[in-house]
Design a protein around this ligand. Structure first.
Ligand code: MRU
Length: 343
């Protein structure tokens, strides 16, 4: 399928990311309960893809709750609240739900049309942010093809199409400006090793995967020209929540004077969240840490600490790049003012 997530005759269809890279299969979700399960189990994941799932989920609910008596708006609102609460950190999920709900007075067809508009916009937005971020990476780089470090999966699988940080990597590769990607495996669910590696291999982009704990050391050892990551929520002051492990990369990049770029759509910026301290961090089942590929790797009864995300303070971020702006510390950087390396 061309898009990671889409609408098809009364169903939400999405690539089942749990099965990759072993199998590429499609899920056909016809009920809101199934969609919520797909979100919580990370069959569909990544902030922009979650925004699309949220909007399509409301469309699915409106479709199912339209009968001879018309549209049961209260039932749709109940479903919408369940969908928005499925994962708390990525603001895009609640944002997609809200956007689709805004069309509810127009009926199920209007809700679906709004969800489809969100999907249609996604690739254009991602390509535009990627181009801008690639330009900035070149500007900050050493003037030869770049070695980029990335974390988690921010590619077409994490969006409707193209990707954000991985879109930037695609942009650089297409221009002959990319030497190599180092992708963290991204414990515990291996979005880097399973999904980013799959996408990079699909595109023929040179890459290596490393254990998360090797990432900061790769930066300190001079193997990286820029770190480029995505985001799940960007607070008004520029503090950024992203996949757990991002913070350690930012600290290492700051210490080594390596540019650290966040690439995200405007919809990931949440002006209602003042600082990173206000971002709810999803904590997931400890079994994701104490088990590996279905096998226990810790003694029975071991308790785990399993935050799905961390928050990188704005002062460690060289720039946040969106489809419209380059922001430093939450403030738009005028086009004529070059963005310096982290101090
Ligand atoms: O738990 P996940 O896999 O949904 O986490 C995804 C990330 O942290 C991504 O980096 C982020 O959503 C940006 S995707 C363009």
């Amino acid at each position: 399928m061309e898009r990671t997530i889409d609408w098809d005759e009364g169903a939400v269809v999405t690539i089942d990311q749990r099965a990759l890279p072993g199998a590429c299969r499609t899920l056909r979700l016809t009920g809101v309960g199934e969609l919520v399960d797909a979100i919580t189990s990370l069959a569909v994941r990544g902030a922009p893809a979650l925004g699309a799932a949220g909007a399509l989920g409301v469309a699915l609910s409106a479709h199912r709750h339209t009968g001879p008596g018309g549209l049961d708006r209260a039932a749709v609102r109940e479903d919408a609240a369940r969908i928005a609460a499925a994962r708390p950190t990525a603001v895009n999920l609640a944002g997609g739900v809200e956007r689709a709900l805004g069309a509810l007075p127009g009926g199920a067809a209007a809700v679906l049309a709004e969800a489809r508009r969100l999907l249609d916009e996604d690739e254009r937005i991602n390509r535009s942010a990627s181009r801008r971020a690639a330009d900035l990476a070149r500007l900050l780089g050493p003037g030869r093809p770049l070695r980029i470090h990335t974390h988690c999966n921010t590619g077409r699988l994490a969006t409707v199409a193209w990707g954000t940080a991985l879109g930037t990597i695609r942009e650089l590769a297409a221009a002959g400006d990319l030497a190599e990607v180092i992708a963290d495996e991204t414990r515990p669910l291996l979005q880097g090793a399973r999904l980013t590696a799959w996408e990079l291999a699909e595109d023929g982009i040179p890459f290596r995967v490393c254990a998360d704990s090797a990432g900061p050391w790769a930066i300190a050892s001079g193997l990286v020209d820029a770190v480029v990551v995505g985001a799940d929520r960007i607070a008004a002051n520029g503090d950024t929540a992203n996949k757990i492990g991002t913070y350690a990369l930012a600290v290492a990049a700051h210490r080594s004077g390596v540019p650290f770029l966040v690439v995200a759509p405007e919809s990931t910026i949440d002006p209602a969240t003042a600082t990173g301290a206000d971002i709810e961090i999803e904590e997931r089942d400890g079994a994701e840490v104490t088990c590996y590929a279905g096998h226990a790797v810790a003694p029975p009864g071991t308790r785990a600490y399993n935050p799905a995300f961390d928050v990188t303070p704005a002062e460690l971020i060289t720039a946040v790049v969106t489809e419209r702006r380059v922001l430093v510390g939450g403030v738009e950087r005028p086009a004529h003012e070059p963005t310096g390396s982290p101090s």
